[in-house]
Design a binder for this molecule. Structure first.
Ligand code: PLP
Length: 398
């Protein structure tokens, strides 16, 4: 049976649009990440999964520990549902209401860690914790800028995140946390997006690939040194429980750094399109959405319903979903992926009947779940379960 036949057989009773997760591929991808992490625990990035059932499955897999959440309301929800006793919110929070909730809830305060990178964050959290009068200090993690900045800092390669970059800056903020009894510094995080999130092997671009590999290698050396110095300086100020780094594209490299105690990863589970072209790993597409062929404008073209689910980020073609099955379909260059309908051209178009399905992959992993209320879980050629996405549970955090 081909992949497409398997998916068609398992979902024959469903009317598209719908989304599926191939559990075999999902589990193989999880096992691949664990192998690459070489016995350092993987904190699962929930933004790249956005489904409680699948997050639970991942957390039950040996090698995974803890959740990297994307908002504090999400973290409190996951904590109240008992998904994990170790949830790190990877981005700063300025939501005073939810911070107050965290401070008042002893169990949540023992489970959830919030991100800080400046004195204003500390002031705000301290103020809220003092007013809330909770019994436990708020757990905080310092975010470190992991970008590479050659040419004396005139060039920046990597995401614009934290202003904290040096060991001195990190140690000063750590000392500031230590002065505040309502806060407790438990972790450091440095996410090297320029390595973990940039494919070093894009097809048909040998020179660009070589340049990416060169830049990533330089950046890796610079960050490993700086990260080690930062960890040493901050450990002199606080008993850190964890030092988090990396992402799907960098798992083995980040895990190899002695100063790093755990890596983060999520996108590699669904293996979305943007993670296709890396030399160090190959995942199996595990999350797909199916759209129905609704008409045929002419020879060599069919039109499916919907399809315009671009991913966040720079709005270029790389953010579009990709027609996956049957192979041999592409977007019309003038229309792309449309709001309510999408023409698809290519050799496979003439073999499709009205009512057939076309399976697509999303460019980013978790954002698929903002378009669908349910994921149909497929094992072999059987649909074994249907589970809600975050959105399906009425949880649209961002
Ligand atoms: C802080 C942080 N760590 C890790 C990751 C990597 O996640 P993924 O493996 O889903 O790409 C991200 C993704 O943006 C992130 O923001």
């Amino acid at each position: 049976m081909t992949l497409r036949e398997r998916y068609d057989a398992a979902t024959a009773h469903l009317e598209p649009p719908f989304a599926i997760v191939d559990l075999d591929a999902f589990r193989a991808n999880a096992a691949g990440l664990v192998r690459r992490a070489r016995s350092k625990p993987i904190r699962v990035a929930s933004k790249s999964v956005r489904c409680r059932t699948l997050l639970s499955q991942v957390l039950a897999t040996e090698g995974f520990h803890g959740i990297m959440a994307f908002t504090l309301p999400e973290a409190l929800w996951l904590a109240s549902e008992g998904l994990s006793d170790d949830i790190l919110v990877a981005y700063p929070t300025v939501d005073r209401r939810v911070l107050t909730e965290l401070a008042r809830d002893e169990r949540a305060a023992a489970t959830v860690t919030v991100m800080v990178d400046c004195v204003q964050h500390l002031d705000m959290i301290e103020d809220i914790a003092e007013s809330a009068g909770g019994d436990r200090p708020i757990r905080v993690c310092i975010d470190i800028d992991a970008a590479w900045r050659p040419a004396g800092g005139r060039v920046r390669i990597g995401a614009l995140r934290s202003p904290i970059r040096t060991a001195d800056e990190a140690a000063a903020l750590a000392r500031d946390v230590a002065r505040r009894p309502t806060l407790s510094l438990v972790g450091l995080m440095a996410y090297e997006s320029q390595i973990a999130g940039v494919g070093d092997n894009p097809p048909g671009k040998p020179f660009f690939s070589r340049a990416v590999r060169f830049v990533q290698a330089q950046s890796r050396v610079e960050l490993a040194r700086r990260r080690a110095a930062i960890v040493k300086a901050v450990r002199a100020e606080a008993d850190l429980e964890f030092v988090n780094g990396g992402g799907t594209g960098s798992v083995e490299k980040t895990a190899a750094e002695v100063s790093v105690t755990e890596v983060a990863a999520g996108s590699g589970l669904y293996q979305s399109v943007l993670f296709d072209h890396y030399t160090n790993f190959t995942g199996r597409p595990a999350a797909l959405f199916a759209l129905p062929v609704v008409r045929r404008p002419g020879p060599g073209v069919v039109t499916v319903l919907g399809g315009g689910y671009p991913a966040s980020g720079v709005g270029d073609r790389s953010r579009l979903p990709q027609p996956f099955l049957p192979a041999g379909l592409r977007f019309d260059s003038k229309e792309g992926a449309g709001e309510v309908q999408t023409p698809l051209v290519g050799a496979a178009a003439d073999e499709l009947e009205i009512g057939d399905r076309v399976y697509f992959r999303h460019a980013k992993a978790g954002e698929l779940c903002e378009r669908f209320a349910e994921l149909h879980l497929i094992d072999g050629d059987r649909l074994v379960d249907t589970v809600p996405t975050y959105r399906g549970e009425g949880k649209t955090f961002l």
